[in-house]
Write a protein that binds this ligand. Sequence first.
Ligand SMILES: NC(=O)CCC(=O)C(=O)O
Length: 265
Amino acid sequence: MRASLIQIAVNEDESVVSRRVRAVDLVREQSGSADLVVLPELWTTGAFAYEAFGTEAEPLEGPTYEAMAKAASEAGVWLHAGSIPERDPDGPLYNTSLLFSPSGDLAAAYRKIHRFGFDKGEAVLMGAGRELVTVRLPQTTLGVATCYDLRFPELFRGLVGAGAETLVVPAGWPERRRSHWTLLAQARAVENQAFVLACGTAGTHAGVPQAGHSIVVDPWGEVLAQAGPGEEVLSVEFDPAQVAKIREQFPALKDRVLGLEPPRR
Ligand SMILES: NC(=O)CCC(=O)C(=O)O
């Protein structure tokens, strides 16, 4: 299976419209060389450009949906189109990922469960999703999560319990915590015996330099490929059958113990 992670640069001197056009071109360029294409979190606005969340929010089937559905079908690829600030007509904003099939149909939408910022930013501006999302592709079952979700192993356990073999994590991870990014991507791969495809942004927005360094990790925890800091398409070929082999040869997932007793005192 071939995957291309589009580590697009999000700088505030470029308009959302221009970046969307560039993203469409980059997806189209993967035609014939990728089965799955991945874009990062909130690449229209930037994950830290909090003021833009409200002004650039779109309905689910808004301009980014339209552009990405078309790009997926033109390129003939499965497309994880990263996430958008979604304006729910009956509720708050959500950080919502969109996944399209090669025919351009929406295969799934995932509303980010863990919002970043503690008492400010995304944590107060957006609502929290509640549902785990997996998507069956011909080659593998994807489990999706977004950026800060990477810090919450129980979410990934839930995805694995629902059949996920390849964990896809679009992000807008800052340079300041790049070491956590690489470490956590490897940890989620090892503990869940799954591939991890983690796609970040490059550039600087809202004064926050982005880490880049998108990464693909195999189910043994080995880094198959890692991008540099700038805009880049990280292409990788991997064998999804490795998941079943490793889970059989080293069946640690079968030894999970759920529902432990709390300490007595
Ligand atoms: N957009 C995010 O979720 C940022 C997460 C982050 O900076 C961190 O977990 O560290």
